[in-house]
Design a protein around this ligand. Sequence first.
Ligand code: ATP
Length: 387
Amino acid sequence: MTSTATAETTPDTGLDHLEIQGVKKVFGENTAIARLDLSVRRGEFLSLLGPSGCGKTTLLRMIAGFEHPTNGHIYLDGKDIVGLPPHRRPVNTVFQSYLLFPHMNIADNIAYGLKQAKVPKPEIAQRVRDVLALVQMEDFAGRKPEQLSGGQQQRIALARALVNRPQVLLLDEPMSALDRKLREEMQLELKRLHTKLDTTFVFVTHDQDEALAMSDRIVVMYDGVIQQVGSGEDIYANPHNGFVAGFIGKQNFIPAEVTSTDGGTAQMVSANSTVMETPSLDLRPASAAGKAGTLSVGDRVRAAIRPERMRVAPAGEETGRPNTARGKVISTSFLGDVIQYMIVVGDNDELLARVPAAGNELLAADAEVDLSWDADAVAVYGFEGGA
Ligand code: ATP
């Protein structure tokens, strides 16, 4: 399929359910979305994840029809929907603010779109009942929105979108107004709903934990560009660039210089004389805009080690082997399942270590410790503007 496909394209084209091809969005001088391609599978839960301003809402609004792409095509079931107004697209959006009509009761709020579409009354009544059961809010049909809690209003906002039986449900940070506990409950609820329906979900969030908890695949975005697409596991274990490595999960980045590449093993040393060794010469770029490469002696790089790969022990005799460092605990946080230490190495390298709480004694602040990690825990990234 090429980007010259037209609205007459039939569904059996081998395209995924939702195909975004060569889409770009420019506001005046500002490129919100650089040329972007993305395939969304039928029935998948896909999250668009990235920091504020990365373009995720703009992309969602183009799928919904509230923004028009500067260039490119958006195919739903093989049909280009770019020319269709929002209400003609088989797509519904749940917004951050629930936008319920305050003067209407819950049943009327949910029925509103169906009434506008002139669906017969008995069918409306049945669909409203069904969708209220789906979101477990059957007993609330007669209430006004103000008589519901934030979480309950969120369920009604979902019901109001789902009652239209959209092929694609778009969710724009729908949980951000909820407190943490309620948000976690709603995440489970949304997953439960998703598994019951055939609907494709596209979910926008800046919260990596939320994306990891719910998604089949995550699209990590930064600066209007897709940085990586994959399952949470995949992105966490194998970040393609430094941006993804730092954005998903916690990460220690240690600036260092490559001192040896003998035998396919890279050795690096930090300003604090910490020696790191890794059994690979792969240099990953700082972001998707950079280029991957091969490490050579003299390169200035960032060695990355996940906090949970660090081992922490009271300071012993031995020091100076590669992939070890002597440090001092500057803070200790007991988080229930894990203990998190902030440890300073040398003058100013602050490293985060997370060790299982079970079977590990809690070390006090100021304790001298030995840090160590395995060579395969070390990945190497360039600097922005550098590699
Ligand atoms: P947030 O999490 O803060 O909502 P986001 O990733 O959803 O961020 P967008 O809202 O898509 O980001 O914005 C992407 C870029 O496009 C930003 O630089 C933003 O300022 C710009 N932008 C968005 N909408 C408009 C508009 N209507 N006019 C001009 N610039 C816009």
